[in-house]
Design a protein around this ligand. Structure first.
Ligand code: SAM
Ligand code: SF4
Length: 324
C-alpha cells in the first residue's frame, strides 16, 4: 500500500476526467466554466494505464470527478475501464446530478458502485440561486431512481453557506428520515478565486455539530482508515449525516487520498502547490514501472497538512480545476 513519510496510507484516488462544468455554483464557478472546453482531457487508454499502476500500488477505490464528469460523452466507457482494472474494488463518482435521471442506469450497468450527488439546498429557489439552474426537482427524481439501482452507497453533498442554506437543516433532516442516504455537509473552503465569497459565507462545522446534538444526533466513533468525515446517526432516521470540516484540528491526519487532474497531473493535496505531470508515462503499457516509481517518489513529498489556516490555498483557483 502507498504510504507517505507520516505513515498515512492511500487506498483512494480522486480522478478528475474533465474541468468543464455546466453549472455556475456561486462558491466554485460563479461565471460558469471559462477554460478551454476542448482541452485534451485524459483518454480511456491513459486512464486504464494510470489506474492499473495505482492498483498495483495498492489503491482499490477510485472516484471519478471533475468539473462535471457527466459532460464526458464517453463516461460509461470510462467507468467500465476503471471498474475492469484488476484490484479496483469500488468505483465512485461525484456529480451535480444534471444528467442523473437520463443516465444513472447506464452508469450503474457500466460498473459504478457508489454515487455522491451535490444538492446544496432542497428549496428550489435557493438551489437555482446557488447553481444557476432551476433543476432541483429533476435531480431529486434522478436520486429516487438511483435509490432503486442497488448502489452500495448514495451520498448527498451540501456545502454549508451562511445566509444561503444554513437555516435549512430541518428540511434536509426531514428528507433523510425515510431515505437510506448519507448527507455530507462540507465546510466551505477558500480557494484562489473565492476569497470574498468565503469571508461572507463560511460557516464553521462546529455550528452544525451543535445543531445536530440539540436534535438528538449522536456521533459515531472515528476509525483510522475511515477518511476525514465525522459521522452522525439518529435512531429515527434511515439516513446518516457526515461532516467534512477541513479547518478543524487534525483534519489532515486521516488523509487517505491522492488526486489526478483531468490533464494527468498528480496532486498530493487539494491545496498543494502545482502537480507533477504523469501523462508522459501514460502512453504505453511498457512504462508502468517508471510510472509507479514516479508516483511513489512524489508521494514522499506530501506535506503533513494543508496551510489553509494561513490563507494559503496552494495552486487551486477553484475545486472544479482539480476534482474537489
Ligand atoms: N461537479 C461535481 C459536483 O458538483 O458534484 C463534481 C466536482 S465538485 C468540485 C465536487 C464537490 O466539491 C461538490 O460537492 C462541490 O459542492 C464541492 N465544492 C466545490 N467547491 C467547494 C468549496 N469551495 N468548498 C467546499 N466544497 C466545494
Ligand atoms: Fe460545477 Fe461542481 Fe463546481 Fe458546481 S461545484 S460549479 S457543479 S464543478
Amino acid at each position: 500500500m502507498l504510504q507517505d513519510r507520516y505513515g498515512r496510507q492511500f487506498p483512494y484516488l480522486r480522478l478528475s476526467i474533465t474541468d468543464v462544468c455546466n453549472f455556475r455554483c456561486n462558491y466554485c464557478l460563479p461565471n460558469g466554466y471559462e477554460g478551454d472546453a476542448h482541452a485534451a482531457f485524459l483518454r480511456a487508454d491513459e486512464i486504464r494505464r494510470l489506474v492499473t499502476a495505482f492498483a498495483e500500488l495498492g489503491m482499490w477505490k477510485i472516484r471519478l470527478t471533475g468539473g462535471e464528469p457527466s459532460v464526458r460523452k464517453d463516461l460509461p466507457e470510462l467507468i467500465r475501464t476503471v471498474a475492469n482494472v484488476p484490484g479496483i474494488r469500488r468505483v465512485a463518482m461525484t456529480t451535480n446530478g444534471y444528467k442523473l435521471k437520463q443516465q444513472v442506469s447506464s452508469w450503474r450497468a457500466a460498473g459504478l458502485d457508489s454515487l455522491n450527488i451535490s444538492v446544496d439546498s432542497l428549496d428550489p429557489r435557493a438551489f437555482a440561486a446557488i447553481t444557476g439552474h432551476d433543476k432541483l426537482q429533476e435531480i431529486l427524481a434522478g436520486i429516487e431512481q438511483a435509490l432503486t439501482l442497488d448502489f452500495s452507497a448514495i451520498k448527498l453533498n451540501a456545502v454549508l453557506l451562511r445566509g444561503i442554506n444554513d437555516q435549512q437543516l430541518d428540511r434536509f433532516l426531514d428528507w433523510l428520515r425515510t431515505r437510506p442516504v448519507s448527507m455530507r455537509f462540507i465546510e466551505l473552503m477558500q480557494t484562489g478565486d473565492n476569497a470574498q465569497f468565503f469571508d461572507r459565507h463560511h460557516v464553521p462545522g462546529s455550528e452544525l455539530v451543535l445543531a445536530l446534538h440539540q436534535r438528538g444526533w449522536q456521533e459515531l466513533p472515528r476509525t483510522r482508515d475511515g477518511g476525514p468525515a465525522r459521522e452522525f446517526v439518529h435512531p429515527d432516521y434511515q439516513g446518516q449525516i457526515g461532516l467534512i470540516a477541513p479547518y478543524s484540528k487534525d483534519f489532515c491526519d486521516s488523509c487517505n487520498r491522492l488526486r489526478v487532474t483531468a490533464l494527468g497531473d498528480l496532486r498530493l493535496c487539494l491545496f498543494g502547490d502545482a502537480g507533477t505531470s504523469l501523462r508522459d508515462l501514460l502512453q504505453h503499457d511498457e512504462q508502468r514501472l517508471q510510472l509507479k516509481t514516479r508516483i511513489e517518489s512524489q508521494l514522499q513529498l506530501k506535506k503533513i497538512s494543508h496551510f489553509l489556516h494561513d490563507g494559503n490555498t496552494g495552486a487551486t483557483p477553484h475545486l472544479a480545476s482539480c476534482g474537489g
